[in-house]
Design a protein around this ligand. Structure first.
Ligand SMILES: [Zn+2]
Length: 300
């Protein structure tokens, strides 16, 4: 998607305009970007995504917090007194890093709709952190694997394990690259990188590892159990756990996206008269807005 703006075009999370706005560093928001481009993005995103090129300030544009993952921003454009907001991916509920999306009044809203169906209502993040910690404590003699996306979710779980359980988990190199950027921007994370001496040490005893989602499988846990001669359990942390059954020992519905109620609440707060969705089907959000079904218990 591209927005014409004061005689130029701004590409939204792709490389097709005079300038590219990159909302955050998840791979599905980096389509077709070229390294020599001029980017509108946060410094964190520039680094996490390895954007290269140049970060620019375009007059009349503003970046506001999106929550979601480190560096995630929404784009606000103002032209002839009319405001447009493009959300990228947003989360409204506070997480362990204190990240959450800001809301501004606008005329046109282009928003995400990952969980734009009423069946997606996530528990409070801190309740989920508690349930992860409880699972870790209940299985304190077993090795545990937790499947999570390597940017955002992995760092959130590391922090939970550090603060709730005093555990430094084992992480893979890809997650480690993102952890280093989190630390560069002031977020301390205790972890051990697989293959390092420190990780070898940790893995001599009982350990907790954060693994890519594709490895969060029972057969993978069974192989590790043999290799380490220790019972091994596997869990996942993903918003999709609300709808899909994962073949694992524990599934935590932990999401860094807005849920259905959040999306409706957010859209209502912006006061936008024109709402579009850049992916997926937002029709349930639109009808909830029309019928004024806005959950009053949320986001006090
Ligand atoms: Zn994302």
């Amino acid at each position: 998607m591209r927005l014409p703006y004061k005689g130029i075009t701004i590409a939204l999370d792709n490389g097709s305009g005079d300038y590219s706005f990159i909302s955050h560093a998840h791979a599905d928001h980096l389509n077709g970007i070229k390294r020599q481009q001029n980017f509108i993005a946060s410094e964190e995103t520039h680094e996490l995504a390895g954007l290269g090129g140049k970060l620019v300030d375009v007059e009349g544009t503003k970046l506001i917090n999106a929550g979601h993952v480190l560096g995630a921003r929404q784009l606000v454009l103002e032209e002839d007194g009319r405001k447009t907001v493009y959300t990228g991916d947003i989360s409204l509920k506070q997480n362990i890093f204190g990240l959450s999306a800001e809301t501004v009044q606008c005329d046109r809203l282009i928003m995400e709709s990952t969980y734009a169906h009423p069946e997606y209502v996530f528990p409070d993040n801190f309740d989920i952190y508690e349930s992860i910690a409880k699972w870790i404590r209940e299985n304190d003699r077993k090795n545990l694997l937790i499947g999570a996306y390597e940017l955002g979710k992995a760092q959130e779980i590391i922090k939970v394990l550090n603060e709730y359980c005093g555990i430094a988990p084992v992480v893979n190199e890809r997650a480690e690259r993102f952890c280093m950027t989190y630390e560069k921007f002031g977020i301390k994370l205790e972890r051990a990188v697989v293959g390092s001496e420190e990780a070898e040490d940790v893995m001599r005893g009982r350990f907790v590892a954060i693994v890519p989602m594709r490895h969060a499988k029972r057969y993978f846990a069974a192989n590790l159990a043999k290799a380490f001669e220790r019972e091994t359990r596997v869990g996942v942390a993903t918003g999709w756990a609300l709808q899909y059954r994962f073949n694992v020992d524990a599934a935590f519905p932990m999401s860094d996206h807005a849920d259905f109620n959040d999306l409706v609440y957010y859209a209502e707060q912006t006061g936008a008269s024109k709402i579009e969705f850049f992916e997926g089907d937002g029709s349930k959000v639109v009808s909830a807005l029309k019928n004024k079904i806005i959950n009053p218990l949320l986001n006090k």
